[in-house]
Each structure stands twice: as structure tokens, then as C-alpha cells.
Design a protein around this ligand. Sequence first.
Ligand code: BGC
Length: 992
Amino acid sequence: MIRTSGLSPTREGLLHDRWDDSQKKFHDDVYRSSGESDRRLDELEIHDDRPKQGVFGRWAQKWFGGYQTAERNYTDRKHTGHGSRAGKQKARGCCSRYKICFIATGILLALFLIASGSGVFWVYNTAPKDGQSPPWYPSPRGGTVKSWEESYKKAAVMVQKMTVVEKVNVTSGTGWSQDLCVGNTAPANGVGFPALCLQDGPLGLRFVDHSTAFPGGITVGATWNKDLMYRKGKAHGLEAKLKGVNILLGPSMGPLGRMPAGGRNWEGFGPDPVLQAVAASEEIKGIQDSGVIATAKHIVANEQEHFRQSFEWGLPNALSSNLDDRTLHELYLWPFAESVRAGVASVMCGYNLVNNSYACGNSKLMNGILKDELGFQGFVQSDWLAQRSGVASALAGLDMTMPGDGLRWADGKSLFGPRLTEAALNGSLPLERLNDMATRIVAAWYQLKQDNQTQWPPPPPKGKGGPNFSSFTDDKIGLIHPGSDDKTKAEVNKFIDVQGKGNKSHGLLAKQIAIEGTVLVKNLGGILPLSKKGSSKRKDAAAKYRVAIFGEDAGPGDGPNVCPDRSCNQGTLGSGWGSGAVDFPYLTPPLEALQSAFDSDSVEITPLLSNDIPVKASSSLLHNQDLCIVFVNSDGGEGFESWNGVRGDRNDLFPQKGGDQLVQKVARACGKGKSDTIVVVHAVGPVVLERWIDLPSVKAVILANLPGQESGDALADVLFGEVDASGRLPYTVGKSLSDYGPGGQIMYYPNGVVPQQDFTERLYIDYRHFDKHGITPRYEFGFGLSYTTFEFSNLTLTEQKPKSPLPAPRLDSQAAPPAYPSDLPDPSTALFPPNFRKLKGRIYPYISSISEITPGKYPYPRGYDQVQPLSPAGGAEGGNPDLYTPHLSVKINLKNTGSRKGKQVVQVYVSFPEGVVDTSTGDKIDFPVRQLRGFEKIELDAGKSQDIEIELTRKDFSYWSRGLGNWVMPSDDKFTISIGASSRDLPVSAQW
Ligand code: BGC
């Protein structure tokens, strides 16, 4: 029987709507402590004052007497998953008399041991609060929608023939580094189902040679260009396929970006659910059109790195994101819903708890919301070690465990594997659930046509397919099971170039994304675009125009791949760090690109690739410049790595490595303060620019986000106006971190053994927060300058369907899930085959003896025997199809009123009526001032205009009613539809 150590199998997550007193206390505690750090972080004086954190923070010092974390240990090429403790407090004090001293020390030691022993006992036995999420059982079976019907029929034929161990093989990873990909399943040989390779995503292919380092997700979001989003997915998917990857671990849409300093926000597309959803679903369509299974990750509310994972932060449990049903649906779930609607074949559940139930064991989340309400037909895989229980997780809807190990990294003690076999054979896990788990995975494989052996040749020994790279070595010949004791070697790296050639080169696409994801936010006096010949303003016509380029971020540093998973900030910043990062094939540094773009006959470039300008340089070099370009940056990433005190989540929003001082120094001294300074920022998210943005000589500022391998060339094209500046902010740039509100703050210190993070700001994150509280940002969501100007006019609204409160009733299923015989298999079929050679640490589905199968009384979760009513919001992939019925067509004319070709993003925002009261609960429903509901990027020649039509659906005009468990459209009053170039520049509006 599979049991989670220390966790009750009945623990469920709650999508609760009201805060009880203890939650309120947690909330107050969180905000009290974040308030403290706000004050420190938002001071505008420059000082390097980061929160000093050991792994346990202040709390740990109390309980563990000051033990500090050691930086993470590494295996050959990735994390082992958890840190180790090192260092001790210094012994203090002395005794005048040896004997007394000895006794006293003994007593103190005994007291200390008792106290710390009970402390440790308390810590390790404190379980998450139980019962905060309603149970939702049984797990809905896949195969209920038309578009998957054929795949399910084929899957049923195959699964029907599988033995129980084959079904388990399909659902269980083989263990960390047991095979060549970051995640691997074992085959079902008897029926011809292959081992599957799972690889990160989402910036490009992780641990893979000769593939493209695309710009980060946040840059893709900043393009606001649906076509580029799709093409990025298509190219990324094609590269994966050519490398033998079946399942890509991306795109990422959780974190959404509740906290601007969140370490992994850069992997996704920005903190607005609609922008995030459009980008994610376009990318999914692209990946899957290349034949690879995409993974929407990480469901849900996985918003910060601190305490994201059990044990990694010194605590036995991860943090719990506590949010109400409406916030969940209208913000954090929205991109997942659109991903399911786009047909995504896999979803990854996150590390965190959702309302005190682990996401990967939360039946309300996986069974109720994902599989019933959103009609998800693919399979749910766990994040790497996010699974925290066995049977309980399977019952709650988890279909595949990754990488296969158990509660600890590479421990070889799977919570599925042989335990799942045992549970199926002893009747604890209904066979129907195991069948559904395997069927969902096999159906996804058929859905993506991976059964086509010309396209997907089988792996050795049957064929030459499978992964042609190793995640664990760069050598051509390497171990085929690197994490085991098997010493068999083969050609593991075939160095196949998948980057595309000629005009199909993915580098060109990466460059286009970097270009369109570069946001020009300040351009005084039209200083940009620059002339390649320098400026005619040069005083001495015979002399060369002098340009100085400052900052480490302009240069190559020690190369882009010098730190594991890009977990250090050196050289120019092309990506954040963590599992979402890749080995760059190359990275064009900005300096190189600028040097080759400027005409060397008339321009003299002086580089100073350091953030510390020597005093001598300030007076001589700086004073003689006609133009100064300064590069600064701000880095962050996934929490299993840290750099310079940044443990994934950033400690503040300022530029790092003294970037602010650098800009100030340059701006004040460039041409003795009379020449122009241009600042370029590379960053994982918003950066506070206040320390220099208003300096008179800072004439232009470019937020280039994370540009990937084509960094320099893309930037040069924007700086010199080869293309329009067309990026728009996918987030708000606030004037301080505290301006983002209490909900925008990372919890750096745990507020309990199971840290509680309450999302009490509800819908009000990013621009919704700034708008509600009347806070003026430095640059608002959606903002960005072009080199030309645009005019919006002639707004017309055409009703396509009248308002009505509720969507049409849920449709019946369009197809029937496969049915299988229910007899329990003979346990002897699950025994290890005779003379079987077991590799160390590898997960096998077999049992050693029939005596292991002893039917027991499995303690089924609370509510397990109560069948849940189907959600009225469900009925098809993405939810009730009527939610996507267009109700209003918005037509607008856009005119390029400037003198050159350019691109504008037409942004449509909806403001809901005031005074709405929910009839089912009597709740007064408050709404954000406005919310993005649609957009389109348009290119126009100078003087040209175009009519643009954007359709808005029922869901766009609905709120989630917690009473009805459904979307409700307020139908009695008027909505305001505003159109323009950003969330605060909305020149035309009308009512419906
Ligand atoms: C990350 C996932 C990733 C997985 C495999 C985890 O640490 O959270 O996003 O897909 O590792 O590398």
C-alpha cells in the first residue's frame, strides 16, 4: 500500500472563498514582514542591502540554532534537488571551574537536545491543514470529446492488451538520470508502445547541442505578436522532434507573475491572464503542429521560488498558495483553460500546495477543475518530485510521475512504479483508474501521431529513434543509464543540428522575436533611431563621432554557458536561469553588433565592459564622448540554483551589479553632462528605473527583456531603426516594489512550518492593482513607443448575441471513454522475470513476491465515496463551449499618421458595470477598473490605415460566481469597451 510519510491520505485542497481567523493571521503576518523589506528595498539610495537569508531564514535561526545552507550540490549536469547543511555556530562562553562547567554544559546540552529534538519532531510532523479543498472523486475518464475520439479508440485497443506492469511502465518515470532525457518512461514492449523522452522547454531545448536559444517567454509576451508566438512553438517543437523528444516541458504559464520579483516569471508571458493565455495557446498549437506533445505548466498558483518545494528550503513541506475560487478562475486558471482549449496533450502539476493540498494530490484541482470542468483529455504529469503521495495522488488525478523517484531526489523509491502495481493488484487503486492513466498517455501519443514510425522510428534495439542526445554528458560516447551502476556506453550524442538552414533558420525567427520583444519606453527628442554614421551634431566635422559603450552587460563575459543552467549573472543577459534555460549555441553580444553596425569611418567606439568605471576614465574618457550607451541588467531564475544571494526570486527590482551607479555616473559625466545617454536594460521582469530615469541626459531607454542568442543583432536593428520599435510591456513598470501592493511581495521568510501565502489581493495584481489604488506607474502595462505615430478612430460595436446571465446548459459528452474488463490481474504476471538484472536506482514496475500483494483496508480520502456533480461550466476542452460564443464584435480603424512604416498593438480592454450583485450569494461583485480582453498587432505603411475587428466572447464578459460554480454575465447594465495603445492610453471607447 502506498502511503505518504507524515501526510494524511485524506488531505485535500480547498478552493475556499472566505478567510477564517487563522488565515487572516497568516495574512497579517506575511504582509507585516513584507512591509519591512519593502521599506528597505524601495529606498532610492543605492546600497547593496539584500535580505540576508540562510536556507531557513530568521525562522530557522530560532529552531536550528543558526545552521546555514550550503549551495546546492551538482551532479554532472543538473541539480540533485536539495541542499545540505553546513557550518555550525561557534561555541561560546567559558567556565571558571571545570566541574561546574561540565555539569552545566551537560544540562544545557541535554536541554538543547530535548528542545531541538522536539522542534525537529514538531517540524517534521506538522502536516498541512486538512480539509481546505473540497474532495472531487472519482477521477473523470478521458475520451469524452470528438476531437480525441479516434486517438482514444486506438489507445483502448492497445491498453486492453497491456499487462499491469506495462501500464505502470507507461505511467512511471524510470528515475532521475536513468536514461538520456530529463524525464523518461519505460516501454510497453508487448504492445509496441515506446519509452518516451520528456525534455525542457520552454526557452529552447535544455541540455541539448546545436539547437536554438530563443528569447525568454517574457520577451515573447512583449512582442504581442500571435504569429511569432505560434512560429516560436512550431520551431521549438520541430527541434524537439528532430532530437527525439516526445514531450516538451513547456510552455510555462504558472507562475502568472503575481509578484514582479518571482524567479520564474520570465519563462511565461507576463502577469495578464489573457496575454499569457494567447501566447501559451499559440505556442502549444505550434509545438503540437510539429508533432510533439506540449506541456502546460505548472498548474497552479506556483508563484514564487522560496519554499516552492519540499525539503529544498529546509522545510518538509512546500508553501501553500491559498486562493479563492473566483481569483483562481479569472486569473491563474485562465491560461490553462485556453491551453486545454488549444488541445494541449499534457499538463504539469506544480510543486506548491493549493489551499493546503499538494497540487499533484489535489482532487478538486485535477479531477474537478482540470478534467471535469476544463474537459482535459491528455495526461497530468508531476513536476520533478512534486508528487507527495502514492495512491492518493493517483485517485486525485495524477497520471504520470516524474522523474519517477519518490519523496527524495534520485532515491529510486517511486511512489508509483512497483507501489502502483501493488496498489492495483491489491485493489487499493481501482483498475479503472490505472487504465485511465495509461489510456490518457497512450491517447496523447496517438493524438500527436507519434505512432507513425516513419516520423518517429522506435528507439534501439528495434530502430534508430529515441533521443539522439544525452542530458548528462557532452561526449559523443557516454553511459546509456548514467544514474545507475550500469557501465554500458554507446553513442549518446549524435550532434544533430536542428536549427534550420537558410531562410528557414530558427535564428532568424529568434531575432525577429527579440526585435519585437524589445520595448522602447523613452525617446526624448527622437534621439532614436541612431544614424550609423553618427550624428551631424558633431562639433568638429573632421573628427569622428565618439560613442562609448559601458557595462558588463554589453559584452560576452566568459561566454553564455559558463554557469550550470545559466545560474549566474555575467556578460550580457540572454536568459534567466533554471530548468527553463538552455545551452546557447552562440550569443551575439550587443557590443559586437554595435561595432559592426556603426560606420567605422565616421564613428569611433570606446567600450568599457565593466560596471566599475575607474575614476580616471570618468574624467577623460567620459568627458570626450558625443554619445554614451549604458547596459545594465537584472537576473533571476529557478530556486534550485542561486547566484550572489539571489535564490531564484529576485531580492529587489533594481538593476544588479551596481547598474544604477553606472548609469548615474555615465549620465552625469558623458560629454560633461551635455552629451546624450541611452540606457539598455536586459532583465527577467520589471526593473525599477527611478534612480536615473529623470536625469536630463538620459534621453532614451530600451527594455530589451531576455533576447536569447540574437541579442546584439536584434538590438542593433531597433537602435538604428532598421525596423520599428514595436515591443509593448507585458507587465507594469512600477516606481517601487511596494507600489505592486502586499500581494506583489515575495515571502522570503516562512511564516510557519507549512508556509501560508494568502492571495487576499484577489484579482488585483499588476495593472489591476495600480488602477484600483490610483497608483501611477513609471510605465504602464501595454506601453511602448514606436518610431511612428498611430491614430485610433471609428470604433463600432456590433452585437452578435444579446447578453444573458448564464451560458447554455452543459452538453452531454460527445464520446464515451473506453471500457475495460474489471477483473484483477493475476499477481504472478507482475513478478520480476527470472534472472532479471536490476540496475541500481532504476524504477521497475515489478514486484518481488506474490506475498507483497495483501489486500488491506486502504484509508480512502474524505469524500471519496461521494460522486461529485459535473460542473455546469464544463462540457468540452476549455470548458462549456458556449463560454467561447462571440457576443460582441469590436471594429476600429487604425491609421499610421507618422512618416515611416511601423507596428502598433491594438489593445481592447473591458470595464464591467458597477453595483453587480451575485444572485446566488448576495455578494457584491467588484471588478478591476479595466481588463485586457483582446489584442492584435498590425503593421502599416506611413499614411495607411486599416480596419481591425476583434471578437469578444461570453467568457470575456463574465465573472466566476462561487455560488453557482459557473460563469455569469452581468446582463442588466452596460460594459465599457476601451481601445488604444496601452492600459492607460485608451483614446476611444463605447458602451455595450
Ligand atoms: C521544474 C520543471 C521542469 C523540471 C524538469 C523542475 O525543477 O520546475 O519546470 O520541467 O524540473 O527539468
